[in-house]
Design a protein around this ligand. Structure first.
Ligand code: HEM
Length: 235
């Protein structure tokens, strides 16, 4: 087929994508170890270390995601929300057409890809927001750690004495209230994690299927930014 090289993905989007892949893989591995801490016989100190590591990678993940969302709002290319999300009139017709016609080619995401991106961005945002709350209530890390530590301190002047898994300077009633407050966030964090465990392999499978169909070099396109499309690609 007669093809031309078209620049599709900007540099910030490519950087976002691969930083995101590495961060999520690390977060999943560390998260799985935290989740199975009891079975693996991990001590309290070990847990604090794992959580500190998880939160450190989590900051990279959350900042990367935040920058991506900003690009979604102000970007001018295919990173823009208007071009990558499925929330516009006529989308369902486009989706049906995409599934019925195997020869459609898209410069940006295809309609199934748009659905997947929306679902993944939603779950990733839930992970980032709930993770930041958990980091504050669990190991008293920024941005909310100081606030939560103060909220449970017996002596506000000695708030630095409050440490993960320690009862020093902790008001037991207030601590219980804080644990109750964090419950829905841990539930959200775990369910969004399961959701991502389903969506990530589906996303990879979708890319493989689309590449076999379009043969436009989708994977290397996320490195070089270039897709190889038939001379007149349909949007
Ligand atoms: C895609 C991104 C992420 C994934 C897949 C993920 C996954 C997980 C998993 C599976 C757990 C274990 C849950 C449990 O112990 O019951 C966990 C715990 C935790 N995560 Fe994440 N996480 C992500 C992002 C973040 C971010 C951005 C932060 C904060 C900066 C964060 C902070 C925490 C904390 C503090 C815990 C410990 C909660 C606890 O067990 O008390 N996570 N995460």
């Amino acid at each position: 087929m007669n093809r031309e090289a078209i620049k599709v993905w900007s540099a910030p989007i490519r950087v976002f994508h691969w930083v995101n892949v590495i961060a999520i893989l690390l977060l999943i591995v560390i998260g799985l170890i935290i989740l199975n801490g009891k079975t693996l016989g991990i001590t309290s100190d070990g847990k604090v270390l794992l959580k500190t590591l998880h939160v450190t990678v989590g900051y990279v993940f959350a900042l990367n995601l935040f920058v991506r969302l900003i690009f979604g709002l102000i970007g001018s290319g295919y990173e823009r929300f208007g071009k990558m999300l499925p929330f516009y009139q006529g989308f369902s017709r486009e989706l049906m057409h995409f599934f019925r016609n195997k020869d459609t080619v898209h410069k940006g995401h295809n309609p199934a890809g748009k659905l997947m991106i929306a679902a993944m961005l939603l779950l990733m945002s839930v992970q980032a927001a709930s993770g930041l709350i958990l980091a504050g209530t669990d190991i008293y890390y920024p941005p909310f750690g100081n606030y939560f530590a103060k909220s449970i301190a017996v002596d506000q002047a000695q708030v630095q004495q409050i440490r993960p898994y320690s009862k020093e300077n902790v008001n037991v009633q207030k601590y219980k209230a804080m644990r109750a407050f964090r419950k829905p966030f841990i539930t959200a964090h775990v369910y969004a994690f399961y959701g991502l465990l389903i969506l990530i392999p589906l996303h990879v499978a979708g890319v493989i299927v689309a590449e076999r169909r379009e043969k436009s070099a989708l994977v290397s396109g996320m490195i070089s930014g270039i897709k190889y499309l038939p001379k007149k690609p349909k949007e």
